[in-house]
Design a protein around this ligand. Structure first.
Ligand code: URQ
Ligand code: ZN
Ligand code: ZN
Length: 480
């Protein structure tokens, strides 16, 4: 039996913080309380002066993703290992079928790739095309494979973009199944046209990237996806909300009582679009991701969205390409593989910029880095909570510890760090995954293949109620 006692810390859950010891046995939390006794042979961690929080859950990563003619630098082992070095203990990644590829075939491929994961993982499945077999496979994925979320890329025309017909059919199917539709909200037709327009202006460098994807390109798609979800009466989760216009669209819908949820990337909270005007191509290209980092002002709107409860989770969209890969777009910014890293840095960046500045309490930090994701994707309190019966996925957080973030010291296989040079105060001293110490004072002890696939049950009650309400609201035939 593997026992671990975390002694003398302050436990922080999304609802409250309190002084307590935490005892885990065989990968589960078995006791949370004061003055717990360590069973014989138990490992004891001194958490004095530190916080004991649920391990981070990153709901948006792309490990080993084939994209834009290449494949990301981090695979499921290196990416999850890097996450654990930063206090992250679960990722929700993406199965992204090619158009016309059977969903179950893509799902099987990604499951095989993820076998090497060091920490627990789960999958959203992207809907990149539509026919009756897609509808059938969505049912199989929900009812047999524990998938309860389906992603829709409204951008990336001529690749994985889905049109309104696919959005409508898939959202409706998600409601039937009790699954959450999620969207990458950018109008791919506008992006395609603007990329050509910017190129015609003679702009080929990375500074062209944000010019081809202004905030309104995101806001239009967010509003459209929210409206479709409203008409169909299905909840919706908007990934990487990057601008005030999209955040406002979510806030307006929520004010009308619509179930809309928003995700924010750590990068969008602290970086701005000046990165694209860096004179060095490699540096500017390293920041090319979509939606782009925005002009100063949008960052504060995102923080306020998190503080107000109109935005709910944080993620990284960890999708790392090295300089040689990014150089594919040397003469045409539209060819620069889109993606940046962050799975190791998310918690420390958000603690430093959020809690240390007073924007967030420690409990709000736990909510937006772990608990809310667990709740929205139906794995709470197995994940996202320091409570008896929950998985022993924990991070011991040293609020006085400091670190300067750098590609030189990161564990990701990427060769760039979008937080390069940022000194943060508040870092993990210990990460515990499945009750095992996997990161101790800088020593990463990730084990290849130790991670488990986490099934996420379909929602039943609230979705069913929504479906019933939609039925009840159907206009009855006028009796003449
Ligand atoms: O769009 C995404 O989320 C994937 C393809 C990662 N790349 C990115 O730029 N966000
Ligand atoms: Zn995206
Ligand atoms: Zn993504």
């Amino acid at each position: 039996m593997t026992s671990l006692l975390i002694r003398g810390g302050t436990v922080v859950n999304a609802d409250r913080a309190f002084v307590a010891d935490v005892l885990t046995q065989d990968g589960k939390i078995v006791a949370v309380g004061e003055n717990l006794t360590a069973p014989p042979g138990a490992t004891v961690v001194d958490a004095g002066g530190q916080y004991v929080m649920p391990g981070g859950i990153d709901p948006h990563t792309h490990m080993q993703l084939p994209f834009m003619g290449t494949t990301t630098m981090d695979d499921f082992f290196t990416g999850t290992a890097a996450g654990m070095a930063g206090g992250n203990t679960t990722i929700i990644d993406f199965v992204i079928p090619n158009p016309q590829q059977p969903l179950m075939e893509a799902y099987t491929t990604w499951r095989e790739w993820a076998e090497k994961s060091a920490s627990d993982y789960s999958f959203h499945v992207a809907i990149t095309w539509w026919d009756e077999t897609v509808k059938r496979d969505m049912g199989t994925l929900v009812q047999q494979e524990g998938v309860n979320s389906f992603k829709h890329f409204m951008a990336y025309k001529n690749a994985i973009m889905c049109d309104d017909e696919t959005l409508v059919n898939s959202f409706k199917r998600a409601l039937e199944l009790g699954a959450m539709p999620t969207v990458h909200a950018e109008n791919g037709e506008l992006v395609y046209l603007l990329q050509a327009e910017v190129a015609k202006m003679g702009i080929s460098g990375p500074e062209g990237h944000p010019l081809s994807r202004p905030p309104m390109v995101e806001a239009e798609a967010a509003n459209r996806a929210i409206a479709i979800a409203d008409v169909l009466n299905v909840p919706i989760y908007v990934v990487h909300v990057s601008c005030m216009e999209a955040a406002d669209a979510i806030a307006r819908a929520r004010a009308r009582g619509q179930r809309v949820y928003g995700e924010v990337l750590a990068g969008h909270l602290v970086l701005d679009d000046s990165v694209y005007r860096h004179p060095d191509f490699a540096t500017a290209a390293a920041h090319v991701m979509s939606p782009p980092f925005r002009p100063v002002g949008h960052q504060e709107a995102l923080w306020r969205g998190l503080q107000s409860g109109n935005l709910h989770t944080t993620a990284t969209d960890h999708c790392t390409f090295c300089a040689a890969q990014k150089a594919a777009g040397k003469d045409n910014f539209a060819k620069i593989p889109n993606g940046t890293g962050g799975v190791e840095e998310r918690l420390a960046v958000i603690w430093d910029a959020g809690v240390n500045t007073g924007r967030l309490t420690p409990s709000e930090f736990v909510a937006i880095t772990s608990a809310n994701t667990a709740k929205l994707f139906n794995i709470y309190p197995q994940k996202g909570s320091v409570s008896v019966g929950a998985d022993a996925d924990l991070v011991v957080w040293d609020p006085a510890g400091t670190k300067t973030l750098s590609a030189k010291t990161q564990h990701s296989k990427g060769d760039f760090n979008i937080f390069e040079g940022r000194t943060v105060k508040g870092i993990p001293s210990h990460t515990i995954s499945q009750g095992e110490l996997v990161f101790v004072q800088g020593d990463l002890r990730a084990v290849r293949g130790k991670g488990r696939y986490i099934k996420r049950p379909a929602f039943s009650s609230n979705f069913t109620a929504a479906a019933l309400r939609a039925e009840a609201l159907k206009p009855t035939a006028v009796k003449r």
